[in-house]
Design a protein around this ligand. Structure first.
Ligand code: NAD
Length: 268
């Protein structure tokens, strides 16, 4: 095994991480940078705060880090994000599809525009980014695609119809693309976290309180962690470490896999 195949797997590679201005994506970006990957970060938010994150990554880890403002609702902007990596950093070797949103409501009250946005950002954007990044990966004969799905790619919960449908779709997309590129040095996998403590989880507490008539503490302990046997939130760094492993040389035989990291939730 060469050094490049081993622990130094992402050193000098270029990683595009969608939705990396917050939560899991930011942790992934920082762990990849810590191992020497150059980055394109992406996501919504306050411009000054994003610039602070971007410059901190360059300063902390001595890598190049660019920001793409691509909105995952736009296929054209997603293509520009990949083109930024290719034009300014020399390629898109690693693609982490992480951007995602959530909305919690009974199906018969689910706002149409929320349904469409969840499918567009959580599923359709994954198609657009893979379509844009794959030709370069095939040309170079090496690539890693990691889709951040969810335990909801494997099982369902009430009131999350759009999210569960989108994440199940990501699992199917992951397996299909893995088969299409299996002989070309490109692996495609999905990570399925249980409940990770991030702004996305925190933001759904008020809606769950309202739809189920519960207090904040009841939502955290009786709803969010109810199904997670460890009774601990997964951490963003644990998810990032799994993404990093999938991008290593040692993980070359892992493709088309839908990998839970959920404190035992889907073992029920
Ligand atoms: P988060 O809200 O902290 O971060 C989401 C990121 O996506 C942010 O950077 C945000 O700016 C970006 N984003 C949202 N809409 C966008 C758009 N239209 N265009 C570009 N960027 C956009 O959420 P998180 O908890 O870190 O979630 C990250 C991923 O992990 C999501 O796909 C989510 O479904 C998945 N996930 C999260 C959990 C959890 O418990 N937090 C569990 C399972 C799966």
């Amino acid at each position: 095994m060469t050094v490049q195949d081993g622990q130094a797997g992402v050193h000098g590679k270029v990683a595009v991480v969608t939705g990396s201005t917050s939560g899991i994506g930011l942790a992934i970006a920082r762990q990849f940078a810590a191992r020497g990957a150059n980055l394109v970060i992406n996501g919504l938010g306050d411009a000054a705060a994003i610039e602070a994150e971007r410059s901190a990554i360059e300063a902390d880890f001595g890598v190049r880090c660019l920001y793409s403002p691509a909105n995952m609702l736009s296929g054209a902007e997603i293509a520009e994000m990949v083109a930024l990596a290719e034009g300014s950093l020399g390629g898109c070797d690693i693609l982490v599809n992480n951007a995602g949103i959530q909305h919690v409501a009974p199906i018969d009250e689910f706002p149409d525009e929320k349904w469409q946005a969840i499918i567009a950002i959580n599923l359709l954007a994954v198609f657009h980014s893979i379509k844009a990044a794959l030709p370069g990966m095939k040309r170079r004969g090496w690539g890693r695609i990691v889709n951040i799905a969810s335990a909801h790619a494997l099982i369902a919960s009430p009131y999350k119809s759009a999210y569960v449908a989108a994440k199940h779709g990501v699992a199917g997309l992951t397996k299909t693309v893995a088969l299409e590129v299996a002989t070309q040095g490109v692996t495609v996998n999905a990570i399925c976290p249980g409940y990770v403590w991030t702004p996305l989880v925190e933001a759904q507490i008020p809606d769950t309180m309202a739809s189920r008539g519960l207090t904040r503490e009841q939502v955290i302990h009786d709803v969010l962690l109810e199904a997670q046997p460890t009774k601990e939130f997964v951490t963003v760094d644990q998810v990032a470490a799994l993404a990093l492993y999938l991008c290593s040389g040692e993980a070359a035989s892992i493709t088309g896999s839908i990998l839970p990291i959920d404190g035992g939730w889907t073992a029920h």
